[in-house]
Design a protein around this ligand. Sequence first.
Ligand code: MV4
Length: 460
Amino acid sequence: MFKKILIANRGEIALRIIRACHELGVKTVVVYSEADRESLHVRFADEDVCIGPAPARESYLNIPRIIAAAEVTGADAIHPGYGFLAENAEFSEICALSGIVFIGPNPEQIRAMGDKATARRTMIEHGVPTVPGTADVVTDPDAARAAAEEIGFPIMIKASAGGGGKGMRIARDRETFPELLQQAQTEAQASFGDLGVYLERMLEHPRHVEFQVFGDHEGRILHLGERDCSVQRRHQKMIEEAPSPGMTPGLRKRMGAAAIKAAAAIQYVGAGTVEFLLDERGKFFFIEMNTRIQVEHPVTEVTMSLDLVKEQIMVAAREPISFSKQQLDHRGWAIEFRINAEDPDRNFAPSPGTISTFHTPGGPGVRLDTHVYSGYAVPPQYDSLLAKLIVFGNSREEALSRARNALGSFVIEGVHTTLPLLAEVVRDERFVKGDVDTSFLDRFMAERIVRSRAQAEAGS
Ligand code: MV4
C-alpha cells in the first residue's frame, strides 16, 4: 500500500479522497491555489503545497508544479479526482515517467476512450450497441452530407476530442447540415485543437443511463449497477439516482453485459463509467466511456455498500479489491442532488460570495459530501459545486420523502443556490413517478417561468 498520496484536486472530491486515504492509513498531501488558501482540503490534509495563483492553468492544471509537489513531499501516488487532469493521458504518462503511480487507467486506455470516434469504433468492433452513425470522423463536406442522408435526420454532430456535450450540434435537415458541420468543426478545432467530428442519428428525449464498471489487474471486470442521470441542464447533471426508474431486471442484465464488454474491449483497470442512451422502447446505445471517478459515484456507493475511492486506491496499489470476495448486490434507492452556487431565477448565473449560514440536514439515510462551511468564501474561478446531498431509502418513495425533508431543512445563506429549485423538482408529479428523460429539466424550467409570471400578475 502507498505511504503517501497527493490529491491533485480541490473542493468536495479532494476531501472525499483524503477521507479514503486516512481510512487506509495513508498520509495525504494536497496542492492548492492562492484562492483556496482557506479551503477545507488544505486543513484536513497531512501536508499541503501552494502551487500557484487562482487560474487553473497556473495551479490545478499545471502538470510540472503538481509533479514537483509530489517529488518534494515524497508522494508515491497521485489521485486526480474528476475534472482537471483526471482524463489527461499526458499527465498519466508523466506520472509514470516520474515514478509516481497515477491512480487511474493507463495512458492508452485514457486516449482510447478520450477520442470519442475511436471509442465508438472500438465498441462497434466488439458488438456493443451504438447509435446509428459514422464509424469514424468525417472531414470532406460532401462525404459527410452523403453519410447524413444515409443515417437520416435529425443528426447529432459530435466532436471526437469533445465529450460530455462539448462541441455538439444538432442538424434537423439537409439544408442546415453543411453550415452546422462547419460550425462544429470550427468549434472543435478551437476548443480541442482537433477538428474531427463524427455523426450519429439523434435520439429524441432518451434517458441517460450509465453503468459503473470496475476492472482489477487480474483481468476481472464487473459492473456495479446503473445510475440514471437524465435530469440535467446543458450537460450539467443536477440529480442522479441509483437504480434507474426506467430499468427492469432483464434490461439491467443486457445493459450490464454491454458495459462489461465495453470495458473488456480495452482491458480496463480501475473505476470507469459506460454511458448509454435508453429510448422509450427499451433499446440502448453506447455513447461514451469515462475513465475517472464521477461526481455522482456516491449513489452507487450507498446502494452497493462500497467505498469506490478506496477500491481505486487498492487497485492502483495492486492490492485485492474487496468485492472480488464478497457477493455484490444493490439494495435500496439513492438520489444525489447537486447544490451549486448558481441562481436558478437568473438562468443559473454563478453566484460566488461568502457563505453566512450553512445549516445541514441529517438523520437516517442522509449523506452530505461538501467542503463548504459557514464563513467560507466561494471562489469564482472554479466550478460552482458546493455540496452533494445523497439521500438513501429502502424504496424510492422513502428516498423521495427523505429528500423532501433534507432539502427543506438545508439552509445556505450568502449566495444563491440551486436548493429551492431542487426542492420544487422533488415535488413534481413526473419526477415522483420516475417519468423523466433528458428533456425533463428544460421543460420543467419553462413551466416554472410561466408559473412565476402568472403568480406575479395575480399578485399585482
Ligand atoms: C446524444 C443524445 C441524443 N442522441 N446522442 C452526449 C454527451 C452526453 N453528456 C449527452 N449526450 C447526448 N448524446 C444522440 N445520438 C442526447 C444526449 C444528451 C443530451 C444532449 C443534449 C442536451 C442534454 C442532454 C442530456 C443527456 C444526454
